[in-house]
Design a protein around this ligand. Structure first.
Ligand code: DX5
Ligand code: ZN
Length: 215
């Protein structure tokens, strides 16, 4: 069964508690942390994690789009991040960073921007719990899905089965009810969805539909 991680970037932030309630059956809740340096947008960070701590919510899936993530992984892990996503791009000591995430008790996910090849992960496949394939350039919700980037899901799925790795594959950016089944068929286990969930009439139905998808 496919897993869904609704992204609160697309939610009505004036009503966060109510928005989170709508997706309480989701497998994860995706938090896009942006610093205006690594990506051209600034969103939220620790204060939102603390606020979420006072609510009932699905396990937190935290996507760090920031410079120097190693300075912050401990904070996010302590605030309850179940999965911590860090980008391959710009992380000179990726191996160390992945180790730090795991030492702090979170699952270590690496993220590939649309222009970053699968081959850049060759040396870390055995140190990751998951790989997140970006199918938009990170920065905003509601962007157009880039189909060429999704081909990497199939490539990762082949590597996983041929070499016996156990990482999960996630996809983020422009995912909708229209392309979800194709992405799961390619090998995606977790679908991150912003606009397609929170701008739907009934977000809980989108959550339900995605969780019914089987490969
Ligand atoms: C983009 C973020 C995504 C975004 C997804 O930089 O990483 O998680 O919120 O939003 P949609 O699903 O609307 O493309
Ligand atoms: Zn994200």
């Amino acid at each position: 069964m496919a897993k869904i991680s609704p992204s609160i970037l697309a939610a009505d932030l004036t009503n966060l508690a109510c928005e989170v309630k709508k997706v309480r059956e989701a497998d994860f809740l995706h938090i896009d942390v942006m610093d205006g340096m690594f990506v051209p947008n600034i969103t939220f960070g620790v204060p939102i994690m603390e606020a979420l701590g006072r609510l009932d919510h699905p396990p937190l899936d935290v996507h760090l789009m920031i410079e120097e993530p190693s300075k912050y992984v401990k904070d996010y892990a302590l605030l309850g991040a179940k999965n911590l996503h860090v980008h391959v791009e710009g992380n000179y000591h990726l191996h160390r960073l992945l180790g730090e995430i795991r030492e702090n008790g979170a699952n270590a996910f690496v993220v590939l921007n649309p222009s970053t090849p699968v081959s850049s992960l060759e040396e870390v496949f055995s140190f990751v719990d998951g790989i997140l394939v970006m199918t938009v350039n990170p920065g905003y919700t509601g962007q157009k899905f880039i189909p060429e980037a999704a081909a990497k899901i199939g490539a990762l799925d082949r590597i996983r089965s041929e070499k016996g790795f156990s990482f999960v594959i996630a996809v983020d950016g422009g995912v909708s009810l229209g392309n979800a089944k194709d992405l799961v068929d390619l090998g995606a286990d977790i679908l991150v969805m912003g606009a397609a969930v929170f701008r739907a009439k009934d977000p809980s139905i989108v959550v339900e539909r995605i969780r019914e998808i089987r490969r």
